[in-house]
Design a protein around this ligand. Structure first.
Ligand code: NAP
Length: 484
């Protein structure tokens, strides 16, 4: 099946940090794939900007090499790569100084959409916003894209929002969380609000609990110093898992429009109850023959930063009263899995004999691997021998169901960058959402910091510390297995 390509207006996309890891690994490969699909208009241009002393030819060479590394061979058609690279320009610029700004001002066009992608460390967000303004290259056709982290606590998030608000309207600020660009995340909304089947059951009366897991097999590796100041709570729960939680728990928005959706997400965050310390399990991975331990990676022998966290949350509203949400995320775990599991209650009464067994329905929304969803339904075990109930999955992997191969399934960055050009903020976080998330997160972190709670050690290649399993066991529940 060929995806529908909706044309976009001509644009100048300026990537600050255009030589960096994110730009080379994600942003430019995503733009290439949009170019390949025919979505990039004739007059669209991409301008890389960083301090490195390169000219446009040198930049094209750098990005040509990045495409070789990060775009599949099948999608790399030599003529298309050549034509794409022609769209690239480069400006050597210093975000904190004056070098290069005049060159950039000359290059960007006044009459097309200008998207400034801040693919640089957060310390440079404010100087960049300031300089864009001073050099007169903003205006109503301009928007900025900022990458997480959006602060490290409420105070810093507010300071960042205030700085950006000095120069840009909220409608011009696109805070990227690539989880929101995933096909499955949007499908969560399509499934919930495009079918009559699920929404009537989507509440505490019928749902026993919800699990949200984002497990990684990688370690913090060379990022140990940075990660040690952050930890799983700030790095993953406050943003990615919080967003997944919001989309799962929110009320139906009146329409699929940016503010209607974001208003509903905000209400969920504001309804989150404070979390009791007994409902939180934090962990640090041990070392093994393949890799050093977390402590060795962080180079801080006294670190109490968590590389794993599991927690039980309650949402204080009519819909969810009594239905817990369990969240877990960690590094060096058994499998790389991101999924939302909605566990329904068992039928209120069984008409079958006691030995027939009972099952609860379960909807799993998989973000990775194999984006898709499956629904466990109860059927009769085939064959003679009376009525015995078994559960079987109605399984849909999007790529299979829609006849797409991996190269055709648009990556999150492709969708989100094109949404920036289209001016659609539905899948981006609003400033008040970010602040509300920190308001809920800060006291939890302060609590364990004050108490000096130490994370539990867990073996790499497992599902985290034993206590994380107990978090559900003590409620008579269990995590879905982490399958590699
Ligand atoms: P990176 O590899 O260190 O790249 C940083 C970029 O910024 C380089 O192009 C660097 O080029 C440029 N730069 C640094 N100082 C500059 C200055 N004063 N003026 C102009 N350009 C400057 O970092 P990254 O991994 O790409 O990450 C960029 C941002 O995205 C960070 O905020 C990060 O947290 C976020 N992020 C990254 C990822 C990822 O997968 N990498 C994922 C999510 C979010 P020069 O040295 O040539 O100036």
């Amino acid at each position: 099946m060929v995806s529908r390509v909706i044309p976009v207006e001509p644009f100048d996309l300026i990537i600050f940090g255009g030589t960096g890891d994110l730009a080379r690994r994600k942003v430019l490969p995503a733009l290439y794939r949009r170019f390949l699909s025919g979505q990039m208009p004739e007059k669209a241009r991409i301008i890389g900007a960083a301090r490195s002393d390169l000219d446009s030819a040198g930049y094209r060479k750098l990005i040509g090499a990045a495409l070789k590394e990060f775009v599949s061979e099948k999608a790399r058609k030599p003529d298309t790569v050549k034509a794409f690279l022609k769209r690239l320009e480069y400006v050597s610029i210093d975000a904190t100084g004056t070098d290069g700004w005049q060159d950039l001002a000359k290059l960007v066009r006044a009459d097309v959409i200008k998207a400034y992608y801040f693919s640089v460390g957060p310390a440079l967000f404010a100087p960049l916003a300031e300089r864009l303004h001073e050099n007169g290259i903003t205006g109503s056709k301009c928007r900025i894209v900022v990458e997480k982290p959006f602060g490290h606590d409420l105070a810093s998030a507010r300071a960042l929002n205030d700085t950006l608000a000095k120069y840009f309207d909220e409608a011009q600020i696109y805070r990227i969380d690539h989880y929101l660009g995933k096909e499955t995340v949007q499908n969560l909304m399509a499934v919930r609000f495009g079918n009559i089947l699920f929404e009537p059951l989507w509440n505490a009366q019928y749902i026993d609990h919800v699990q949200i897991t984002v497990a990684e097999t990688v370690s913090v590796g060379g990022r140990g110093g940075y990660y040690d100041k952050s930890g799983a709570m700030r790095d993953m729960i406050q943003n990615h898992l919080m967003q997944l939680l919001c989309l799962t728990a929110m009320e139906p928005p009146s329409k699929f429009d940016p503010d209607a959706v974001r208003d509903e997400k905000l209400k969920v965050i504001r309804a989150l109850q404070p979390v009791d310390s007994s409902d939180i399990v934090r962990g640090q991975y041990a070392g093994d023959e393949d890799e050093p331990s977390y402590i060795e990676h962080s180079e801080n022998p006294d670190s109490i930063t968590e590389s794993f966290i599991a927690m039980k949350l309650h949402i204080a509203n009519w819909r969810w009263n009594g239905t817990p949400f369990y969240l877990r995320t960690g590094k060096r775990m058994r499998a790389r899995v991101s999924e939302i599991v909605v566990r329904f209650k068992e039928p209120p009464h069984s008409i079958f004999d006691a030995d027939a067994g009972t099952n609860a329905n379960q909807l799993t929304i998989r973000l990775q691997p194999n984006e898709g969803m499956d629904l466990l339904v109860t059927i009769k075990e085939p064959g003679p021998g009376g009525m015995r109930l078994i559960e079987v999955p109605l399984d849909m992997t999007f790529a299979d169901a829609l006849g797409q191969d991996d190269d055709e399934v648009a990556d999150a960055y492709e969708r989100l960058i094109m949404d920036v050009i289209r001016g659609n903020q539905t899948l981006f976080m609003r400033g008040d959402e970010v602040e509300a998330a920190w308001s809920w997160t800060d006291p939890i972190i302060e609590g364990w910091t004050k108490r000096g709670d130490k994370p539990k050690l867990y073996e790499p290649g497992t599902a985290g510390p034993e206590d994380a399993l107990m978090l559900l066991h003590k409620d008579g529940r269990r995590w879905r297995d982490l399958k590699p």
